[in-house]
Ligand binder design. Structure first.
Ligand SMILES: *[C@@H]1O[C@H](CO)[C@@H](O)[C@H](O)[C@H]1NC(C)=O
Length: 366
């Protein structure tokens, strides 16, 4: 009997040591026992295998009805719903000192201004939690995937997803599914490029089954970015997309500027004042029914270029360049979409131009 217990623990430990991808029961397919539920509500704190819950948490089956709304689930057959002040958490073995990015899918179910608080403990730094706004929908079927980056300072962490909402109706809480983690390599500057992760190949985990990309939330500073090397300024998210589900100009990953002038992708780079630099980049469309006259604005120091791109929504890109003269030892490279776009598929979802393959070089002779 004792031996069995030891073996079980060994397996359990092994299952919890980290590989990139879905967390153990990260898609909530292992369900609570019927005796641990009351209707859809989960009563016992440890009823959902690998998770601990607190507050009003429901276990939702795909196809379940809420009023006249049919609840669908992005992965498998089940998801959970977090009521007001409810949370779920899970413990994981990680590598001390590494950066990680968590990815998860969420759907709001009512019109309210919903948010989620993602945190990691032990958290010595105040930045080890983040509020992710989920009120703006970017995909057509209600689900969006979000990510958040953090540094771990322990070999074992606890990840907590909390709904800080105070709605009266518990059925208004957000649905959560598919929670994954990815270890991020520290961003490097490749030869011939002064920028880190200029081709966006290093970034959060993208689920093979989600065809809507990943939102990188606003107000992300570079020391905690799920997109290493890059910051997201201003109020809205940018979308991280992959070549399995979209067309990208180069490699496997790129960024779609989905929020017009309300989101900017930036990187700060060391420069020498009065020196001239060339910033090369690709502007295209993701082959996602995002059509129209696009305009990408790139700026650095006092220089700015607006790159027009005519999108038929069928994929494609062009090369662009900004030549600028540095005016200080640090220069902020910045990209935004000057125009707002919506998909032509009647989904009403926001979309925009794609940026990829960003390179910065010193101009030796002019
Ligand atoms: C988010 O969660 C963390 C950890 O539980 C907590 O310290 C922080 O105050 C929360 N933030 C908000 C705005 O609720």
């Amino acid at each position: 009997m004792k031996l069995v217990v030891v073996l079980l623990c060994a397996t359990f430990y092994f299952a919890l040591s980290l590989k990139d991808g879905l967390l153990p029961n990260g898609n909530f397919e292992h369900s609570p026992k019927p005796s641990q539920m009351k209707g859809t509500r989960v009563i016992h704190p440890h009823a959902i295998p690998n998770w601990e819950i607190s507050g009003f948490v429901e276990y939702i089956k795909s196809g379940q009805k809420q009023g006249d709304m049919l609840l669908v689930v992005p992965e498998g057959a089940s998801a959970i719903r977090l009521g007001d002040e409810a949370s779920i958490k899970t413990k994981l073995k990680v590598t001390n000192g590494m950066f990680y990015s968590i990815s998860f899918s969420a759907a709001r179910t009512c019109a309210q201004d919903e948010k989620l608080n993602i945190s990691v403990s032990p958290n010595r730094e105040p930045k080890d939690w983040g509020i992710l706004p989920i009120q703006t929908m970017y995909s057509s079927d209600g689900w969006d995937t979000y990510c958040w980056g953090f540094l771990v300072e322990s070999n074992e962490i606890e990840i907590i997803i909390h709904n800080p909402g105070k709605e009266k109706d518990p059925a208004c809480g957000p649905l959560i599914d598919s929670v994954a983690l990815k270890a991020l390599n520290p961003p490097k500057r490749p030869r011939g490029n002064m920028l880190k992760n200029g081709n966006f190949e290093e970034g959060p985990y993208i689920f093979p089954h989600t065809s809507w990309g990943i939102l990188i939330p606003p107000n992300i500073e570079d020391d905690h970015s799920p997109l290493p090397g890059w910051m997201i300024e201003s109020l809205k998210a940018v979308k991280y997309i992959d070549s399995d589900h979209f067309t990208v100009p180069e490699g496997k990953r790129a960024v779609e500027l989905v929020a017009g002038r309300e989101s900017a992708l930036t990187q700060i780079v060391k420069t020498v004042p009065d020196k001239t630099y060339d910033l090369f980049f690709s502007v295209g469309d993701a082959k996602n029914s995002c059509e129209g006259s696009m305009l990408v604005e790139a700026s650095a120091a006092r220089d700015i270029v607006q790159v027009p791109y005519e999108s038929k929504g069928k994929g494609g890109f062009k090369l662009a360049k900004l030549r600028f003269k540095a005016i200080s030892p640090r220069t902020r490279i910045r990209f935004l979409s000057s125009v707002y776009h919506m998909k032509s598929d009647n989904s009403g979802s926001m979309c925009g131009p794609v940026i990829d393959d960003v390179r910065l070089v010193t101009v030796r002779r002019i």
